[in-house]
Design a protein around this ligand. Structure first.
Ligand SMILES: [Zn+2]
Length: 359
């Protein structure tokens, strides 16, 4: 499902710009939101990985998420995606709000811990509204939740009604809302003439979901662990499943887009709490003829390790550097503008990224 097109969403006045409607990411309106339920989502609880072969799948979701499944003799391995997040410029702190036992809140029918309640109250204080809860029946099991700020400024958390209703996922999405409040931007993209049409909206969604989200997760997963959560639990399980499978005899293969293979490694490296498992994944990659993807992943990791990624601006800068490395020789990425959009009482940051031909 493509995000709905909205009036005024064009790049009029820009020269040499191939205004491809399929690559423009729109602000979400309440009307489009309903249609967009399967578009860029949050990762969080989303495992780069696999679902059971019998997992129900939706057509729209297939574009973003390729589940592992048995197909004749080929086991299609997939890796996951993450998502969207929104953001303003206000500093929130997990520790600012005192919470008494009586104040402990419920969300999605779950009694939240004091830490989670504190985070929830801080988020709601910023937005000036209660977080809206939405359960989604139709998502793939591996897609557990997402967060969004809708056009009237209401922060929304959506959870998979089957696999997503737990406090870890709620806290994960609250952190995304917190980051939006701190200025993490929504992305819009425009592709110039001369750039391969393979770099399309589907791919930019995936890049946001895997690469950019990994940067963001690496900022708040340590905080979640300090609060007692295990944010990468499902990712570890998925990777363990994957490395138990050999692709050497040709009976299995990765179905993710080739350019994304290094990004999956990168994401797991940044997010995993199990360094021994990261090392196992590296050995598995070498033994399954994925050294070149691993080399690219190491370059991306090197960029992150030599950079600061604390602020939204730094995160975007590192994101762009990683994209330039990933698409070296085929495209370059440039931040064309930072703007803001008013959503209710808050200003949401919006960054426009131009995809231009290589030099
Ligand atoms: Zn996330």
């Amino acid at each position: 499902m493509s995000p709905a097109r909205e009036a005024g969403d064009s790049f009029e006045g820009e020269q040499n710009l191939n205004v491809t409607s399929d690559i423009l990411m729109k602000a979400l309106s309440p009307a489009s939101r309903a249609r967009r339920i399967l578009s860029p989502s949050d990762p969080g609880a989303y495992a780069p990985g696999f679902t059971l072969p019998s997992a129900p799948r939706t057509g729209s979701r297939d574009r973003l998420y390729r589940a592992r499944r048995m197909c004749k003799r080929t086991l299609l391995v997939s890796l996951a995606f993450s998502v969207i997040a929104v953001l303003g410029s206000h500093s929130l702190s997990v520790n600012t709000t005192a919470v008494s036992q009586k104040q402990a809140r419920r969300l999605f029918g779950l009694q939240l811990s004091r830490n989670a309640t504190r985070l929830l109250m801080d988020v709601e204080k910023y937005y000036g509204r209660r977080v809206r809860e939405e359960l989604v029946e139709t998502w793939d099991p591996g897609y557990r939740g997402e967060a969004e700020v809708i056009s009237d400024g209401t922060p929304v958390i959506r959870l998979n009604s089957h696999t997503g209703r737990n406090e870890t996922n709620i806290v994960h999405e609250l952190f995304h809302l917190k980051f939006v409040a701190e200025g993490f931007p929504k992305r819009k993209w425009a592709r110039y003439v001369g750039v391969s049409e393979d770099i399309n909206q589907s791919l930019t969604h995936d890049l946001d979901s895997l690469l950019l989200d990994a940067l963001v997760h690496s900022r708040f997963y340590p905080k979640m662990r300090a609060m007692g959560y295990d944010p990468d639990l499902w990712d570890r399980r998925d990777i363990k499943s994957m490395i138990g499978i050999s692709m050497k005899d040709g009976s299995h293969k990765l179905v993710t887009k080739e350019v994304l293979i290094p990004v999956h490694f990168f994401k797991f490296y940044l997010e995993s709490s199990d360094r021994a498992l990261v090392a196992q994944l590296e050995r598995w990659s070498v033994s399954n003829n994925l050294e070149s993807a691993l080399d690219v992943a190491k370059k991306l990791i090197g960029i992150v390790e030599q950079s600061k990624i604390d602020t939204p601006q730094q995160q975007l800068e590192v994101y762009i550097q990683c994209l330039d490395t990933l698409f070296k020789g085929s495209a370059r990425f440039k931040v064309a503008s930072w703007n803001s959009e008013k959503l209710g009482n808050i200003q949401q940051q919006v960054v426009t990224i131009h995809i231009v031909p290589p030099k």
